[in-house]
Design a protein around this ligand. Sequence first.
Ligand code: ADP
Ligand code: MG
Ligand code: ZN
Length: 474
Amino acid sequence: MEYEAVIGLEVHAQLLTRSKLFCSCSTDFGGSPNSNVCPVCLGLPGSLPVLNERAVEMAVSAALALGCSIRETSIFARKNYFYPDLPKGYQISQYEEPFSDNGFLDIELDGVTRRAGITRVHMEEDAGKNVHGVGGDSLVDLNRACVPLIEIVGAPDLRSSAEAATYLRALREILVFIGVNDGNLEEGSFRCDANVSIRPRGEARFGTRCELKNINSFRFVQRAIDVEIARQTAILDAGGKITQETRSFDPDTNQTKSLRSKEEAHDYRYFPEPDLPPLRLPAEFVERVRKALPPLPAAVRERLLAAKVPAATAQTITQHPAYVRFFDDVCTRFNHPLKVANFFVNEVLRGAKAHGLEATFTVTTEQVAELLGLVEAGDISGKQAKDVFAAMEGNAQQPSAIVEARGMRVVSDASALQAICEAVVAKNPSQAAGFRSGKLGLMGFFVGQVMKETKGSGNPKLVNELLERILKGG
Ligand code: ADP
Ligand code: MG
Ligand code: ZN
């Protein structure tokens, strides 16, 4: 029988706040175990949670970037379960009324763009960490308890492991780009559970799913899903039934194995968190967050491609919001996107340093725009532009002042260039004959020779015109 896979991803992303979701403890992981804890995140009786406003802003900006609607009122809920890393005996999450729902993510695979639904984005706190095998003991580190997370619940819209991996990459790109998450799968600040089921091709109903827990690399996500699809296919082909359960993937054996039967929502005895009031997100707050969002990478890439910027260059520029800002700012002063894009990637980026949402550059957007303007006007050659660039890095000098001071301004004096061009043609009679017999490509050779003579300072446009006249006339 031929089957179709149905996949929905649940992603937990850690928000890049400095303090925890419901207390002022640091979210730093460097410290020794249990150094960033207080009565609230230790779950001591009588302590009360206070919601971190910065976390709410980040969560809302993520939801907006994913096209979600924001609910004006949402409710925190207690999700009750027992585990040593959860001293309160419950996790504060959102359940029936999350702060956002109904978004989407566009994923591009093999040149085709598909839209995958995002069912909801909600806020919740992380649990602590059990550390096993310390001198035969298991210990608990609660530094991570109460660190703010968003859970992004994807709709069961994905149909292959490749689509799932693409979805994950696109999601990570957005969260990192808008500065709410560091995108680190290995360290667990971006974690993914994959729900996988299969159904006979053409069947409208979904099959029974299994949930693959905490897969910590893109490569493993794709492999784990493929392995799980193969396992389910073998069961159905043999006339068996899939049991709904939670499974883990072992990359060493390349197998998924059962962890536990899937818990149902009612097992958690969710109820509204009595220690927190309903969360109200007034429209003005949401609008303020929306306005602060940078243009998203996919939209910027589309705009760049439309301006004929090569895909790889567009990809590089959209790696960081500060790159996009720099690029756009140069374009407002010198509106030639392709030229700006190439110069940015080849020259400017070499001196750029990104940190968080900001980046530092060795030159200003004004300097770059003016420099490219000088090239465009034919005042300096592209080769000279690189020298001027090197000379203006790290100082506020105007490119025109550098050109002037170094006597770089190209020779646009026709009579001076005329003599040089004539000499070059005279020195290369066989190439001249070749050009005249139709090998027009030799023009490049002649221009090159003249540029060598003028040490790159001949006005290229003028040199071309003069050479053409001399070669055709002679
Ligand atoms: P739960 O409350 O048990 O976590 P949800 O309905 O919230 O279940 O779904 C969780 C995830 O499972 C979502 O990402 C969703 O897309 C995915 N999912 C639901 N049903 C299926 C299915 N039949 N096959 C694959 N994925 C599914
Ligand atoms: Mg779930
Ligand atoms: Zn604390």
